[in-house]
Design a protein around this ligand. Structure first.
Ligand code: DC
Length: 227
């Protein structure tokens, strides 16, 4: 179990982070939210006014940045250069900004290397867009979560409201659909389901159902391996 690598990919707000975090907790594995890494880098680029076309400045910024995760009272917190940015990386502005940032070859190369380094000993559940296709192509289990865009917008709207950010569901849905389009059509590691991934449609599933389905897949995998 300790060396298990589980990749959870899918479009925006399909339930990846919630599922990945709970699976990691239940199986005693490390949880890695790669979307948060892209968001934190986007926040730093945004705050520093670095132009994405300025390769030298971008390289300097990447080489002097650390993004770490820590568990605090059962919640995952993200630190950018030691500062807690858990809230700051989840704003609608950063959701817009992260698109062009995550398309950038330099940013992707830097973060993919870093993610592989974190996961090299195994024992990890990572969620993102390219985990099963690029970051950990030989993951033991690859899950691809999908859900109807309206349902995803309703879930995202609730999450935002809980943090005091009010947005109409139509606006949230439009932003989600645009982001999916951008993520799926970019040049470098676009959002794709790996050929050996298992798709789960979470439209009509509760979080508990999602977690149960993935746990059942892990169990099946272990049964096959012990034969
Ligand atoms: O999962 P999220 O919404 O926090 O991800 C934020 C953005 O980062 C998303 O629009 C696409 C990008 N991303 C990526 O390109 N590759 C990943 N492995 C994770 C996220």
């Amino acid at each position: 179990m300790k060396s298990l690598v589980i990749a959870i990919d899918g479009p925006a707000s399909s339930g990846k982070s919630t599922t990945a975090k709970l699976i990691a907790e239940k199986l005693g594995l490390m949880y890695l939210d790669t979307g948060a890494m892209y968001r934190a880098i986007a926040l730093k680029i945004y705050q520093s006014g670095t132009e994405l076309t300025d390769k030298a400045s971008l390289t300097k910024l990447l080489n002097s940045t650390t993004v770490t995760q820590k568990n605090q009272n059962g919640e995952v917190h993200f630190l950018l250069d030691g500062i807690d940015v858990t809230e700051a990386i989840r704003t609608p502005e950063i959701s817009l900004w992260v698109g062009p940032v995550s398309e950038h070859a330099l940013v992707r190369e830097y973060l993919v290397n870093w993610q592989r380094e974190i996961g090299k000993a195994g024992g990890i559940v990572a969620d993102g867009r390219d985990i099963g296709t690029v970051v950990f192509p030989s993951a033991d289990l690859k899950v691809y979560l999908i859900a109807d865009s309206h349902i995803r917008a309703v879930r995202r709207q609730k999450e935002l409201a809980a943090r005091g950010i009010v947005q109409k569901v139509e606006e949230v849905e439009e932003a989600i659909v645009k982001r999916d389009h951008r993520d799926s059509n970019r040049e470098h590691s676009p959002l794709r389901m790996a050929s050996d991934a298992i798709e789960i449609d979470t439209t009509h599933l509760t979080v508990g159902d999602q977690v149960e389905r993935v746990l059942a897949l892990v169990k099946k995998l272990q049964t096959q391996e012990s034969k």
